[in-house]
Design a protein around this ligand. Structure first.
Ligand SMILES: [Zn+2]
Length: 882
């Protein structure tokens, strides 16, 4: 049995222009803890492109107090009110609509609309949260100029913020005060924001290229006043970068960021008033790791860049989500690459894509970057929309080149400023600015699944010719059996046996290509490229810098991979060769574990790792990536059926063997790197710390008590969270009283700091030691954990279910049972977070029969619950359908 009223699927093909538009929206909020009164005055008019004469406004969980048209109060028979809408029959072509509602922020645990986070009141409206604030045409293609007044008790709510520029403020005699904000830029309701509370404000300023003075303000809880510097400097970097790289300037007098503890997402780009999950904005060396610093810089950049790619030019409907997200992720990736190491940034992005997006593309929720339908848009804030979306825009950039791409984005911004548009409009601007035809390329927007390139080569020494044959295919995905050939840019180079770049001249070309890397376009199902004047047999370096989001199927020997690992002049491909070599070895070991035969680690890989370690100091960041073995989840996706236990044993065995064989090198390197001075966040220091901690991680796999002491010593002496946390995460893989003591001591030291406590929860949840589930259940009762806080849920439950395969997929089914219990509890509180946690079962079809049976029962148990949210309903039905 499923719910009686099944949530409805909506289709892109059914899109219709709005029937009524809003030109001006004047909102007045009278804030109070339990109940807030909202008065909205909307200047509305009939849309010439609309179809219906009735005006339908969205609204959920609102108490309607009164409704007036042009000052006249409507009688009960002049409108209809349902659970989700307010319908006014045939209003005038142009009218002023005044509505008063009451809302109840304290009861709002879904964290959409207006809600409490501690003593703070704040909003989250994307995608459809504004309808929980007032009745409104809550869709992105209705754009209005907003004026927002807020009235509240001055002691309780000294700071009151909304979008745009401050337009007035004052006091009443009764102890209340008021502010008025005006945003001159028309915007959709999803970009509306309001914040009120007692907040500390750190200020700075920025002068734009055209001389406009912009006030920058970060608002945080007073106890976090020392954690704003990094976000502020990242913001200034981002503002400058967007001017230089994209010619985009900021357009208001003030730019504000608020840190909020209870937040479903990472951050939100509300016009002029970004709201951030506190984990994505607060940083100090003692409490934040290098990864936090790196992530904060990128998220601050991302949300800021939305001011143009998202706010000034927005989406027509939610099927176009990738229009703003794919493009903006590409922009933040470029920004991080420019601020840090470009090679490492690319490796991080591809790792994420392969680990998460490829899995999504291969699973029951597979969808194109512009989906054709959905039940709950909240389920489509996915790695496909974001990360694959960025890859697709990145391919456009690769095809057009830096300058052509900039011409395209300039035209896009100029043509569509102030509009709500589609991905087709984006492509059209690229085509028009560059006089190119992207009709075939557009299939990337409509076809799901990860394409596969099957590559064969042949060298003809008598004719000095080298033949490269590439065949493309794409696996079937739900609702899409047959796929058409895609337009794929494949960057490549040729190396001779000494590792030098060889000239590349295709048959029919007069001269050799001038650069070491060239981009081939694969647009047919099968294509052959013939290189001429190739004097000796080359080694092929293909898909350089990961020029397309595809899987490469190509027979490579271990020695060929070792050669590329040492010689490729594309850093990404050097790393990729190391990963492929490791995967070859690991897959062999997995087979041996399954067959219960002796595990042997080939000398070749030990030799390669030794060579890498010998040169580690030349490129410590790249070397760390090369030494880091692929995750168990990624390995599981490569082997069918995925044997969780065999993968875990094989990976541990390889790590331990490498550590034992190369102990001296790891130790020397560790000692050498373990003497950096005061903490600074920069690419160099960050690279050294990560290499040092990578060495420590290897050393501890030997389970040698001396290494445990080394780890404890590092934790004790560290002046920064990167080294402290690295020590703890390594130690939780070691069973002993030292570990228990370190875990307790860490909490005692950091219990006052939410961000650090979340790390403490996450580290324990990821431990592969047996009994971790018991520990996780215990931590759920710990004062540090609250099920209503999304960061706590992500840290403890999310990490256990997603990143602890050996425990989560335990053969007794305890992990699955635990997940069901949590989903059912969470769905009543926060459906978005519940649906996301269920994502831990995305790849359930890759496991053995026994596990699949248990997971199926778990999914059925969820599906049988009455009154599931549409979020969980959609995910569970799609999972069960495959
Ligand atoms: Zn975004």
């Amino acid at each position: 049995m499923l719910n009686t009223t099944q949530p409805k699927e909506v289709f892109l093909a059914d899109y219709q222009a709005p029937d009524y538009l809003v030109d001006q929206a004047a909102l007045t909020f009278e804030l109070a803890s339990d109940m807030t009164r909202v008065r909205s005055v909307l200047s509305m008019r009939k849309n010439p492109q609309g179809q219906l004469n009735d005006c339908v406004l969205d609204g959920e969980q609102l108490k309607l107090i009164s409704i007036k048209i042009d000052g006249r109060e409507l009688q009960g028979n002049e409108y209809q009110c349902t659970d989700s809408a307010l319908l006014i029959s045939s209003p005038p072509d142009k009218f002023e609509l005044e509505i008063e509602t009451e809302i109840f922020p304290e009861k709002n645990t879904a964290l959409e609309g207006l809600y409490h986070s501690g003593r703070l009141l704040c909003t989250q409206c994307e995608a459809e949260g504004f309808r929980r604030i007032t009745y409104y045409p809550d869709r992105p293609d209705v754009m209005a100029v907003f004026t927002v007044s807020i009235v509240a008790d001055k002691v309780l709510w000294p700071i009151m913020l909304s979008n745009g520029n401050l337009d007035g403020q004052g006091q009443f005699d009764d102890g209340r005060h008021w502010v008025r904000w005006h945003d001159p830029h028309p915007k959709p309701s999803y970009l509306f924001a309001l914040v009120a509370g007692d907040l500390y404000c750190q200020q700075d300023s920025f002068v734009t290229a055209s001389g406009r003075q912009v006030q920058l303000e970060i608002f945080v809880d007073p106890e976090n006043s020392h954690k704003c510097d990094h976000a502020l400097s990242s913001l200034k970097q981002a503002m400058k970068w967007d001017e230089e790289k994209y010619g985009r300037e900021y357009d208001l007098d003030v730019f504000m960021i608020v840190a909020v503890n209870d937040f479903n997402m990472g951050a939100m780009e509300n016009k002029g008033l970004n709201i951030f999950n506190s984990a994505c904005v607060l940083a100090s060396p003692e409490t934040a790791t290098d990864n936090d610093y790196y992530m904060i810089q990128s998220v601050v950049g991302h949300e800021y860049f939305h001011n143009w790619s998202g706010n000034r030019v927005t989406c027509r409907d939610w099927f176009q989500l990738s229009l703003k997200e794919g493009f903006t992720v590409l922009r933040d990736q470029q920004f991080s690459a420019d601020m840090n190491s470009a090679a490492v940034k690319r490796i991080d992005d591809v790792n994420q894509l392969r680990n998460l997006q490829f899995a999504e593309d291969a699973g029951p929720m597979a969808h194109p970057i512009r989906p054709a339908s959905f039940i709950e848009i909240g389920n489509f804030y996915t790695v496909t929309i974001y990360e694959k979306g960025a890859e697709v825009v990145g391919m456009i950039k690769t095809i057009l080149g830096e300058q052509g791409f900039r011409k395209g984005t300039d035209l896009y911004f100029e043509r569509h400023d102030g509009q709500a548009v589609t991905t087709d409009d984006f492509i059209k601007a690229m085509e028009d600015a560059n006089d190119i035809d992207f009709s075939q390329f557009k299939r990337w927007y409509t076809q799901a699944g990860t394409p596969e390139l099957t590559v064969t080569t042949h060298y003809d020494s008598s004719a000095n010719r080298y033949h490269l044959r590439i065949e493309q295919s794409c696996p079937a995905t739900p609702g899409q059996k047959e796929k058409q050939p895609l337009y794929i840019p494949v960057a490549m180079g040729l190396l001779n046996k000494q590792g030098d770049a060889m000239a590349m001249q295709l048959e029919g070309e007069e001269n050799a290509y001038p650069d070491e890397t060239r981009v081939l376009i694969v647009s047919e199902q099968q294509q052959e490229f013939t290189f001429i004047n190739v004097a000796t047999e080359p080694v092929l370096s293909l898909l350089r810098n990961f020029s397309a989001p595809v899987n490469l199927s190509m027979a490579r020997t271990n020695s060929e991979l070792a050669f590329l690992m040492a010689n490729d002049n594309d850093s990404f491909n050097r790393w990729d060769a190391s990963q492929r070599l490791v995967i070859n070895v690991l897959m062999q070991l997995v087979e041996s574990v399954r067959a219960a035969t002796v595990l042997t680690v080939p000398d070749e890989i030990i030799k390669q790792f030794s060579l890498v370690l010998a040169k580690a100091e030349e490129a410590p960041d790249l070397v760390t990536k090369m030494l880091t073995l692929p995750s168990e989840n990624y390995l599981a996706a490569q082997a069918k059926p995925a044997d969780v236990d065999a993968i875990h044993s094989a990976r541990n065995h390889l790590k331990r063997s490498l550590a034992q064989a190369l102990k001296q090198q790891f130790t020397t390197l560790y000692d050498k790197l373990n003497s950096t001075g005061n903490y600074r966040f920069n690419a160099d220091d960050m690279a050294k710390r990560s290499l040092k901690n990578c060495c420590l991680d290897y050393l501890l796999t030997t389970q040698d008590p001396m290494q445990v002491q080394r780890c404890l010593k590092q934790m004790k002496q560290a002046d920064n969270m990167t080294d402290t946390l690295a020590g703890l995460s390594i130690l939780v893989e070691y069973e002993g009283p030292e570990t228990e003591h370190a875990v307790r001591a860490f909490y005692e030291q950091w219990q006052h700091d939410r961000q650090v406590v979340d790390k403490w929860l996450a580290v324990q949840a990821k431990s592969s030691l047996p009994n971790t589930l018991v520990r996780v259940k215990g931590l759920m009762k710990h004062p540090a954990f609250s099920i209503t806080n999304p960061n706590n849920v992500r840290a403890l439950l999310g990490q256990f279910c997603r990143n602890n395969p050996v425990n989560f997929h335990a053969l007794d089914g305890s992990g699955y049972q635990f997940l069901v219990e949590q989903i059912l509890q969470l769905d009543k509180l926060n459906p978005q977070i519940a649906a996301r946690l269920l994502g831990a079962l995305n790849s359930w079809r890759q496991y053995d029969e026994q596990r699949q049976q248990m997971i199926k029962q778990a999914l059925q148990k969820i599906a049988e619950q009455p009154e599931l949210s549409s979020d969980v309903y959609e995910v569970v039905t799609k999972y069960l359908a495959v």
